[in-house]
Design a protein around this ligand. Structure first.
Ligand SMILES: [Zn+2]
Length: 251
């Protein structure tokens, strides 16, 4: 009998293989990002029929084959099937999975990224939270989880903390917030509102469970979108297919 292992994870993607099978990519706590072969997952009566799909969270029992893991058993904890019927929520969801796939590595503990995905998918299902804000929060917190976070609580150049009334700026080039004096010497410094600044500080520092407990006005949301989307794109080196689809649908 081959050795079985059980991992806690989430399905990031599922690809049909042959007539009846699937290959899934899992983000897991124990083994990082791995792929597994789900034999018979496309047969009507297969126990993997519901489990071998994107957005499924659960515990996955696998055995190690010669070239890949093979799915042996799944206990689903959350499947989020209702997301499939949500427009444009589902497209945001696919982009979030693709971004997680981009950063996922084999052999690392991906617990934080899994938690981030979990609270983010739940936020997509909540009709009271704007999907555009969910995307901003997810992207910026993902940067923090990956150690790519811009410097936000103090000036990225001189490290000062501007007082209450002082204007604050954001610079892609300097990877963070700037005080007025430092902004003078930085070409791409853009003034940002206090509300946008506070929102960014909140996003990178609160416990995961509290990420989606605030809202912002439209003008602040536009500022967050402008800076965070640009920052995410500048700090990743891939064009995300799902993002292109999302932007096509939402434009
Ligand atoms: Zn400064």
């Amino acid at each position: 009998m081959r050795d079985l292992i059980t991992v806690q994870g989430v399905v990031l993607s599922a690809m049909p293989v042959g007539e009846y099978d699937k290959r899934i990519v899992l983000l897991t706590r124990e083994r990082g990002k791995i792929s597994a072969f789900a034999k018979g997952a496309r047969r009507m009566n297969s126990p993997f029929m519901a489990a071998a799909n994107p957005f499924v969270f659960g515990s996955f029992t696998l055995y190690e084959g010669r070239t890949s893991y093979n799915l042996n058993q799944v206990t689903v904890t959350h499947h989020f099937v209702e997301l499939a019927g949500m427009q444009p929520g589902i497209y945001y969801g696919y982009y979030f999975l693709e971004l997680a796939d981009y950063f996922g590595r084999e052999g690392t503990d991906e617990r934080e990224m899994m938690n981030l995905l979990y609270v983010t998918v739940k936020a997509l299902l909540n009709p009271h939270i704007d999907d555009r804000l969910v995307r901003c929060v997810y992207e910026l917190r993902m940067m923090e989880v990956q150690g790519l976070c811009p410097q936000i609580s103090s000036c990225a150049v001189c490290d000062c903390t501007p007082d209450e009334q002082a204007p604050v700026y954001f610079s892609q080039q300097e990877h963070g917030m700037l005080c007025a004096a430092c902004a003078l010497g930085v070409r791409d410094a853009v003034r940002i509102s206090r509300a946008a600044w506070y929102a960014m500080q909140y996003i990178v520092s609160v416990p995961m469970g509290k990420l989606y407990t605030f809202s912002v006005k439209e003008d602040v949301l536009q500022e967050l979108e402008y800076h965070i989307h640009r920052y995410t794109s500048a700090n990743t080196d891939r064009k995300f297919k799902s993002l292109q689809v999302l932007e096509m649908i939402c434009s």
